[in-house]
Write a protein that binds this ligand. Sequence first.
Ligand code: SF4
Length: 355
Amino acid sequence: MHTKTNLKALTPQQAASFFHDAGLPSFRARQLLHWMYEKYAQSIEDITEFSQTLRKRLSEQSHISNLTLLKRETSEDGTEKFLFSLEDGESIESVLIPDKDRLTLCISSQVGCAMGCLFCLTGTLGFKRNLKAYEIVDQCISVSRLIAPEKPTNIVFMGMGEPLSNFDEVVDSLWRMTDLMKISKRRITLSTAGIVPKILELGSAGQSAGQTVFSARMRAPRVNLAISLNATTDKVRDRLMPVNKTYPIRSLMDACRRFPLEPRRRITFEYVMLSGINDSAADAKRLITLLRGIPCKVNLIPFNPYRGCEFGRPSDETVLTFQKILLDAHMTALIRKSKGQDILAACGQLKAGYG
Ligand code: SF4
């Protein structure tokens, strides 16, 4: 059976070839990309800039895929959680977090996650599969369409999955966000549990001659980097985040020091505070030593206990004491409230409606 080409799956170069092979002028490919990424067209029929005849002709051999919205929930604090199903029936979540003048969209890069972080509900789900670049960026397109005329102001890769374990598709999706959706790379943040070689690859400027920006091993747009750190000793981090056994703290910090930052940019270190595990004054002091020399800011995130988990939330006093130690050392340290707790939309709590 002849399957129709999914136009959303095509890179700009592939879209150009598709139109060229169909004997159509190249500006048609640019119009298609504009309608899919900036006007959020859900079908070829939506592209009214194309004549009826052209739409009919294209529809015979191609289609535009879409995420299907299964559920949309709003938390008391205004956080919204979107549950989408994919074409193969798997589901993913995206979370929209309003905060002062920002509207941050937190997106998923995998179905489930293989990293197995002990404090993370998503981790308990295990790994199902990588998302394709078009499925990653479709979260931005779908949510933008659903909330129009508003738009997310910031995109963070902090939903389900470890983005650097799905490197090529994630980098492809970053190019689609920056070049096709016209989202500023300064407003996109990629968060990793610490896959050291991929951090170095992400930062490497090794774009060779003749390499197209959408090819598989391409240089990535210079988006912001966040590291999910959560511990100050290998003993504790080995336990909380198994990835640390392969890439211990020292190698992670070394990669961060080597990561090329643009002027006035900083690496964000996420630090989920777990009562009695990583929240002591000694931890705060070790953190200062670890981060010395790295332009950075620290986000302290008091843990959100979920049913059945073994960790507790530190007291407000403990969190404030920890923060003060960092501030006294002239570090930028913010206490981040986990938003959307009542709908399980907080960091590390996305489970796409499973269980
Ligand atoms: S915290 Fe992130 S990397 Fe760790 S298991 Fe959860 S989703 Fe995966």
